[in-house]
Design a protein around this ligand. Structure first.
Ligand code: SAM
Length: 333
């Protein structure tokens, strides 16, 4: 099972993302004899074999369940072992779209970091494309290489241990990239090294990912000096909107509600200070919340509204996009 191919049924050796909660997604490689443990007890790997991706599996103790999900770059970004800050789905999809990355594209990426974006790039370029990714931290580079291999991506992703700011992007292969993505502390020092490795017969799209505006300004000067055009900085603020119903009350209903609250408070105080007996309180709890009304209950007037979910992971940096025109302008694509 790889991150670029779809599959229906789980087999021995497949990668599965075990969804426990939104903040707890665990990557596993299915191996008979192994167990996945959580607070609901053990889940036997051999019980996963033959199930469909997306299926539920109950724990051996039958105390809870998990969902067995097919690996995607988005889910991987929620479950991967972080070695660095990473790029999450909302930014990754925008980057892929703006860099015009497609099946068969050739892309340069630096640094690789935890490989979160590399997975999204690899899925898009698919088996006919290539990602040349560079990482100067040796053990991080080796860990990413092992993950790409284990995820079936080594044909698509070529990772090189290299300091691209000092030593450039030269490797034994002629790269000819049409898209470049730089997530480095100083992208402006890597930009001048790009020329020989991009496809000058077509428009080359670049994105620099930098967390502060001073870095953005340096990137823009370096891009201008290198002949890039259409320079634009974007901040991606992904929000998920939820639909709800809110109760509409008339002025009279609101007044009744306020009167009820005042009556309860008064009854409660009277009871506490011995001014009234409990049985005279009509069998209700003056400190209670009153009748519980659920959203959408009949007998009330509801209006549809929307509000946004706040805990979505997205912005970490500013995205600076630019285009290097081809040497022959009529080939501008
Ligand atoms: N985009 C990655 C992801 O989604 O997982 C995260 C990249 S991480 C923030 C930045 C990486 O760039 C680090 O792993 C760091 O070691 C690497 N790096 C920094 N300077 C570098 C350089 N000059 N050449 C190559 N890699 C470099």
């Amino acid at each position: 099972m790889s991150f670029v191919e779809d599959k229906q049924k789980i087999e021995e050796g497949d990668h599965v993302l075990a969804w426990m909660t939104r903040s707890d997604v665990r990557p596993i490689k299915v191996q008979s004899g192994e167990l996945l443990n959580n607070r609901y007890g053990p889940f036997k790997h051999e019980d996963m074999v033959g199930r469909s991706f997306g299926a539920q599996q109950a724990s051996s103790a039958n105390q809870g369940f998990i969902h067995l999900l097919s690996p995607t770059p988005e889910l991987w970004s929620l479950s991967l072992p972080h070695r660095t800050q990473i790029i999450y789905g909302p930014d990754a999809s925008y980057i892929v779209h703006r860099l015009k990355i497609r099946p068969s594209s050739v892309v340069i990426e630096a640094g690789t970091g935890s490989g979160a974006l590399t997975h999204a790039l690899a899925r898009t370029v698919s088996k006919s494309g290539k990602i040349f990714t560079f990482e100067y931290h040796e053990s991080r580079c080796e860990q990413a290489r092992a993950e790409f291999e284990s995820h079936g991506l080594s044909e698509i992703v070529q990772i090189t241990h290299r300091n691209v700011c000092e030593d450039g992007f030269a490797i034994d292969t002629d790269i000819k990239a049409s898209a470049v993505f730089l997530d480095l502390p100083a992208p402006w020092t890597a930009i001048p090294h790009l020329f020989e490795h991009v496809d000058r017969s077509r428009a080359v799209h670049i994105c620099c990912f930098s967390p502060c505006i001073e870095q953005v300004i340096k990137n823009i000067y370096a891009l201008q000096a290198a002949g890039f055009q259409h320079i634009e900085m974007v901040e991606n603020q992904a929000r998920r909107w939820e639909g709800h119903q809110t109760m509409v009350r008339t002025v009279e209903e609101s007044m009744d509600l306020l009167r009820d609250i005042r009556r309860r408070r008064q009854d409660g105080m009277d009871f506490r200070h011995g001014r009234v007996e409990k049985r005279k309180l009509d069998n209700y709890n003056p400190w209670g919340k009153g009748t519980r009304v659920r959203e959408g209950d009949e007998g009330y007037n509801w209006r549809p509204v929307s509000w946004m979910e706040t805990d979505i992971k997205s912005h970490t940096s500013y995205l600076t996009f630019a285009i290097l025109p081809p040497t022959s302008p009529d080939k501008y694509k």
